[in-house]
Ligand binder design. Structure first.
Ligand SMILES: *Cc1c(COP(=O)(O)O)cnc(C)c1O
Length: 377
């Protein structure tokens, strides 16, 4: 049997039970389960606000759209960001007509605070921090830098569902935190995401913007019978970004198992780490600071001959992945090529090993043996 990078596992009967409720009630769209999931997520994370969306990509775009509008940022204002991420993070900055300015990463694969400081100019308005692979990296330092320089902070927490920092879900300091519940993330649905704004006003705005700018409260509030549902106002030009009750049904169920699943991911990570620890010269591991309990979305190693190792793993039916090609190697972001040497090195040498609930100790051992044999040959 082949071993894939990600194979999501669902509590199938429980998911179907929640979905059945939607179908029987005749309510599959926004509302009903989406509201339940928002409430459950607020309770789990301790975030003051949460709006359920159809993806994290939509969430990141909305984060910059709302913050730009409400803070009066100008076109071309700068956001310091990481090149080591999925392109959706940086596209969100461009969609808002802001400029991604790339800072380098450190041994945590997250933004290096010193590099971030060096990129701040009079036009800098925000920092986008990606909790890479579930790692907190030096997030607390970044929070400090943002405070000192009056910058907004957006946390791309696509990998971070369940991550804790000093025993708590991180992100309460950020202006917006965006989670992904895409098919292979730690809390898989099929596609969806959540945006958690710090400010109640921003939360109120995002609920309109995520539904074409429609303000459905105007008349509904003054008429409890709901007779004037059609009499809404439209305040913004928005996209259709909100989530639906079928996805939320799966999310509600998977949330029950998130901590249990993440604990097993950490067990897998410990097995990998023990297997690779004797070879520090050949296999570099990603540093996770002591006060971070990572969701372990990814387990990654950095090796000299990544592509050769990938072939060796394919030969034993193991299919690892690469997260990510650093974004300045893409045409869109080539203006910053060469500005982040650590990210470029990592991009060329990093490998994500299989990480999911169906892996056994034997699977991990096979992968360790194959990697060790290849890098020590
Ligand atoms: C998956 C991912 C996203 C996008 O999430 P979607 O829900 O698929 O839109 C954004 N940022 C990072 C770092 C991701 O891994």
């Amino acid at each position: 049997m082949s071993i894939q990078l990600f194979t999501p596992t669902f509590a199938v009967d429980e998911c179907l039970e929640e979905i059945r409720e939607c179908l029987e009630k005749g309510w599959t769209g926004m509302g009903f389960k989406t509201v339940q999931f928002e409430d459950a997520w607020k309770k789990y994370t301790g975030m003051p606000h949460a709006h359920y969306l159809n993806s994290a990509t939509a969430g990141l775009e909305l984060a910059f759209a709302v913050l730009k509008q409400e803070n009066g940022w100008e076109d071309g204002d700068e956001v310091v960001t990481t090149p080591l991420t999925f392109v959706s993070s940086n596209h969100a900055i461009l969609f808002a007509d802001l400029k991604p300015v790339f800072a380098d990463v450190d041994d945590t694969n997250c933004l290096d605070p010193e590099s971030v400081r060096s990129r701040i100019t009079p036009k800098t308005r925000a920092v986008l921090f990606v909790g890479f692979g579930g790692n907190c990296g030096h997030y607390e330092e970044i929070v400090k830098i943002c405070k000192e320089n009056g910058l907004a902070l957006v946390l791309d927490a696509a990998h971070m569902a369940g991550t804790r920092l000093n025993g708590e879900i991180p992100g309460k300091e950020a202006d917006a935190v965006v989670y992904s519940f895409q098919a292979v993330k730690n809390l898989p649905t099929a596609d969806s995401g959540m945006i958690c704004f710090k400010s109640a006003k921003h939360d109120e705005i995002v609920r309109k913007m995520a539904w074409l700018g429609i303000n459905k409260d105007t008349y509904a509030r003054t008429n409890s019978m709901g007779n004037y549902k059609w009499k809404y106002d439209v305040e913004y030009v928005g996209h259709k970004d909100h989530g639906n009750s079928i996805m939320a049904s799966i999310g509600l169920v998977q949330l029950r198992y998130l901590d249990r699943d993440n604990a097993y991911r950490r067990q897998l990570a410990r097995w990998y780490t023990e297997g690779f620890r004797p070879y520090p010269d050949k296999i570099r591991l990603i540093h996770i600071p002591e006060n971070c309990e990572s969701s372990c979305h990814l387990f990654q190693i950095i090796v000299e001959d990544r592509d050769g190792l990938m072939d060796a793993l394919h030969a034993v039916d193991v299919y690892p992945g690469v997260h990510y090609v650093e974004n300045t190697q893409y045409r869109m972001y080539a203006y910053a090529a060469g500005t982040c040497p650590n990210a470029t090195y990592i991009s060329d040498h990093i490998l994500s090993l299989p990480m999911h609930m169906r892996l056994t100790h034997e699977d991990v051992q096979l992968i360790i043996d194959t990697v060790v044999k290849y890098v020590t040959k």
